[in-house]
Every structure is written in structure tokens, then in C-alpha cells.
Design a protein around this ligand. Structure first.
Ligand code: NAP
Length: 490
């Protein structure tokens, strides 16, 4: 059992210096903590925005919503922010709020064990540290998922995962293949259709696409934002809490709601109106419900795939060969470049880090069936260990910044219990965890994600892992912890 600690003495370690880790550093310092270290495995901040640099990289969440509440940015160039601007925004925020002096770069935490009331941390480099509180801000989608396609290593051209884009490889005028048509593949195709000599988009399952215009902000608009930051806050508020996201969240969690039917009608109309050739249109038509997979927002994918250089390939892939991709039909598509936009292992979270809680409880065993956390924040027997954007939280088409800010405000209240000496250890109780998980799984069955498609939202048993309740419930839950759901140890 640990001893009581004062705020000045509490040592807090944050794992990861992406969007959520930077936020943690800013908020902890603002709250008066001074012994804070962020361990970052890479040599730069930015997380997903550091790792993803593929052509066309854009966030499909409104720029002014994909922004920290306390750091509005009048300089966003477009309604939807390009990846390089987002990376620059996080780098600038890190410097402005003094987070860079808290970060230890090139340090990957490989082991984290709770011993005698404290967390003992081990880095890959051999470095060791201790902490009273640990916040895992390790992100969700960061372990690339390589497709199980025979012969990938035989390819003689350039091949890489979308999150490991090789910018030394020429694209203009080249024969480029892209496997995968999630949000990533669709953005790459849109960016490359007019650049590649020939572009082949390998589609295993069709996707519903919501049209979304992406206008540039004019200099006049940016000047207005600079003069009156409330204009940006209004856009953010409209996106996060207004009709848009609230109604979309209601639709996702109630597959038969009028809003979901409206969304379905909208994406069907987009397909009908945007694709001229009836044969291509049918190949692009999904046989499952809209938003079952993460909704794709794109201003230009249908236009790109109808470009004279572009070819939608729907015959299944048999294997990859030295010269290109062999289809089951026997056709060989010869390629210079093969990009794998095949997604991520969405159930990893802070793993492969070894996490050992109270009395030797191993995370790998607790999560053997599926990753789970009470309200996405805390795991029984892992005291003073909190997660941002952990399992079962809201993901999908929402601003993960808004979500992380609310989670951080909640976690801060739990940390204060320790800082103020009300307890030395806090973690969700086993009863609260079990009850939450039961209710969550029950509600997950009514969501659109469970309506009959495959996606990374589903766990190994086919149960949607994402927050299955309303957006309002998430906001209410994050307002204040229900302490009766926690085990507090003096
Ligand atoms: P994804 O949505 O998981 O899509 C992976 C794609 O690869 C699917 O089309 C899948 O086909 C295909 N695929 C996988 N293995 C294959 C195989 N062996 N043969 C053929 N096709 C195969 O991955 P993602 O597009 O990288 O997106 C992941 C998530 O990242 C998104 O859902 C989103 O949360 C985030 N993201 C966000 C943005 C943004 O703008 N905010 C942009 C990019 C990504 P099937 O459908 O048949 O499985």
C-alpha cells in the first residue's frame, strides 16, 4: 500500500506524445503538477500524424473541431485539415505549452509493473523509472495490419503500408496499385488518380461514401478568425455538440432510427448521382448498411475512380508476384508501386508493452478475450493507471480531441483524489467493470456496426468494441466520476 502524497511530490508518467499525450502534459502542468514525464518511442511528437504521411492525408473531422479547445487555430487552410498542418499544429502546441521539456524521445516503455504502490517502468533502452500515476496515451490505430496475401515479398517494385509511406518512390506517371478502400485507401486514390500513369484500386468490399465538400478558408475568413476566436469556437461547437454529431451518434447507436434511414438515403443518392457507368456503379455498391463500417467522407473519390487513368479492380486477388498482382481470374496487373492501405490492428492499444497490475495481474490475461476498460478509462487491479482513447470509448467519425479532452478532465479528478490524499490508489471496481461491460455489450448489439459487415470496430467475437451509447451519455459520464464505482485504497 502506498503512502499519501502531496500534489508537488506526485510523479506522473504519460506514455506517448501524440495528440492525447501532449494534451495530458498541458493539462497536468496547468493543474499544478510538476513531476511529469512523457515517454515517446519515436524522435518526434505527433503520433498518428507523424506516422501517416500518405498522399491525400486529411482528417475528415472539421478543422476547428480537430483542435484543442484552449488553442484555436485561425490558420487552418481548409474545412478538413491536411495531415501536415495537423502535425505542425501539434508540434507548435508542444512548444508553446512547454511540453517539449517534459518529453523523453526515443524511449519505448516495454514493461510497467505495479509494485508496493508505485509503477515501475522499464524502457527498451534499459532505462528505468518509477511513477505514482501512469496515463497511457498510446493511440488506437498504430500497429499496421499487413494483408495475408501470398507473395507480397516477391514483388520487385516498391511496396509499403500506407502508414509507412516511402516518399523516395516516384509516383507520377507510374503504375500504382492500392489495396484497401477504407478512409485511407480512398484518400490515396483521390490524390493519385490524376498523377499516376495508371492507378488500380483493389477493392475487396465496397464502401458507402458520404459526399463532403472541402473548401479552402479564404484569407478574409482567416482574418476574421484571428480577430474573433469565438467564430472558430462556434464552428467547433456546431460540429461537436450541434445537430451534426449528436444526430449522427444517435443514428449509429440506433440502427433503425429515422436519422440512420436519412443517412442511408443520402449515401445511396451520392452513388447514383456521382457514378455514370451503371456497371461501375454496381461494383461500387455495398451490400450492407451505411455506416456499418466507418463512414467515409470524401469530396472526390467517385470522381477519381472514374478518371481515365483509374481502374477499380473487384476480382479477388490471388497473389502478388514479381511484376504485380495476379487476380483469381488469371489476369496479371503489372505495377511499379503497391501501397497497402489495409488498416491497423485495432485491439492492441498500449500493447505490446507488458503491463502487470496489483498482485501480479497481467493485462495480457485480463484482456485475453477482448480489451475492455470501465468507461474506457480504468481497469480493476491496475491502480492509478488511466487511458486516453482506450478500449470501448467513442471512436469513428468524431473528433478524438474532443473525446480526449473530456476523458482528461475526468482522469484529472481521479488523480486529484490521490493528490489531495483522499486515497493512495484508485481503480475501477471489478463490479463496476463487469456491470459496464455487460451493459455495453448489450447496447452494442443495437448499433449499426453490428448490422452485418466486417470492420475494425468488431472484436474477435464480432461484438462492436466502440462506445455504443449516446454522445450525451458520454459527456454526462465524463462530467464527474461516480466514486462508488471505484476501489479507493487509503
Ligand atoms: P480500414 O478502414 O481498416 O480499411 C482496410 C482496408 O483494407 C479495407 O478496405 C479492407 O477490405 C482492405 N483489406 C485488408 N486486408 C485485405 C486483403 N487481404 N485483401 C484485400 N483487401 C484487404 O483501414 P484504413 O483505411 O487505414 O482506416 C482505418 C481507420 O483509420 C479509419 O477507419 C479511421 O478511423 C482512421 N482514419 C481516419 C482518417 C480521417 O480522415 N479521419 C483517414 C484515414 C484513416 P475489407 O473491407 O474487405 O476488409
Amino acid at each position: 500500500m502506498g503512502t499519501k502524497l502531496k500534489k508537488d511530490d506526485l510523479r506522473i508518467v504519460v506514455i506517448g506524445a501524440g495528440m492525447a499525450g501532449i494534451l495530458s502534459g498541458i493539462k497536468l502542468r496547468e493543474a499544478g503538477f510538476s513531476k511529469i514525464t512523457l515517454y515517446e518511442k519515436a524522435d518526434r511528437v505527433g503520433g498518428t500524424w507523424r506516422e501517416n504521411t500518405y498522399p491525400g492525408l486529411t482528417c475528415d473531422v472539421d478543422s476547428h473541431s480537430y483542435t484543442y479547445t484552449f488553442e484555436p487555430n485561425p490558420e487552418w487552410s481548409h474545412r478538413f485539415p491536411p495531415g501536415d498542418e495537423i502535425q505542425a499544429y501539434f508540434e507548435a502546441s508542444t512548444t508553446k505549452f512547454g511540453v517539449d521539456e517534459m518529453i523523453r524521445f526515443n524511449e519505448e516503455i516495454v514493461r510497467c509493473e505495479h509494485v508496493e504502490g508505485r509503477w515501475r517502468l522499464e524502457m527498451k533502452s534499459g532505462l528505468r523509472d518509477e511513477a505514482d500515476i501512469v496515463i497511457a496515451a498510446t493511440g488506437v490505430l498504430h500497429h499496421p495490419s499487413m494483408p495475408e496475401i501470398e507473395g507480397l515479398d516477391d514483388f520487385e517494385g516498391a511496396s509499403f503500408h500506407s502508414a509507412r509511406w516511402d516518399h523516395d518512390v516516384p509516383l507520377d506517371g507510374q503504375r500504382v496499385g492500392i489495396i484497401g478502400n477504407g478512409s485511407t485507401g480512398v484518400q490515396i486514390v483521390s490524390a493519385l488518380a490524376s498523377r499516376a500513369g495508371a492507378l488500380y484500386h483493389f477493392q475487396r468490399t465496397a464502401q458507402w461514401i458520404m459526399a463532403s465538400e472541402n473548401p479552402a478558408y479564404s484569407e478574409k475568413e482567416k482574418a476574421a478568425f484571428r480577430a474573433d476566436p469565438d467564430l472558430m469556437r462556434n464552428i467547433k461547437h456546431a460540429f461537436d455538440s450541434g445537430e451534426g454529431v449528436a444526430a449522427f451518434s444517435e443514428a449509429l447507436t440506433n440502427a433503425d432510427s429515422p436519422m440512420m434511414l436519412e443517412i442511408e438515403a443520402t449515401v445511396k443518392a451520392n452513388l447514383e448521382e456521382s457514378v455514370q457507368d451503371p456497371e461501375l456503379r454496381e461494383r461500387l455498391r455495398p451490400d450492407y448498411r451505411a455506416a456499418c463500417k466507418r463512414m467515409i467522407f470524401s469530396p472526390d473519390y467517385y470522381e477519381a475512380i472514374q478518371h481515365e487513368n483509374a481502374d477499380l479492380v473487384t476480382d479477388p486477388i490471388a497473389r502478388v508476384e514479381a511484376k504485380g498482382v495476379r487476380l483469381e481470374s488469371g489476369r496479371l496487373i503489372e505495377l511499379d508501386v503497391l501501397a497497402l492501405a489495409t488498416g491497423f490492428k485495432a485491439d492492441r492499444f498500449m500493447r505490446p508493452m507488458e503491463l502487470i497490475g496489483r498482485a501480479g495481474v497481467k493485462l495480457e490475461e485480463v484482456w485475453a478475450k477482448r480489451p475492455a476498460a470501465y468507461l474506457s478509462i480504468s481497469i480493476p487491479d491496475f491502480p492509478n493507471f488511466f487511458m486516453l482513447n482506450g478500449p470501448n470509448g467513442p471512436v469513428g467519425n468524431f473528433s478524438l480531441i474532443d473525446i480526449a479532452e473530456r476523458q482528461m478532465a475526468y482522469i484529472s479528478q481521479l488523480i486529484d483524489l490521490v493528490a489531495e490524499g483522499r486515497c493512495s490508489e484508485v481503480s475501477a471496481s471489478s463490479e463496476a467493470m463487469a456491470q459496464f461491460d455487460e451493459e455495453r455489450i448489450g447496447a452494442a448489439k443495437n448499433t449499426i456496426w453490428a448490422s452485418g459487415c466486417k470492420s475494425w470496430y468488431l472484436d474477435s467475437e464480432g461484438i462492436p468494441a466502440s462506445w455504443p451509447f449516446s454522445q450525451k451519455r458520454f459527456h454526462d459520464e465524463m462530467g464527474q466520476p461516480r466514486l462508488e464505482d471505484y476501489q479507493l485504497i487509503a
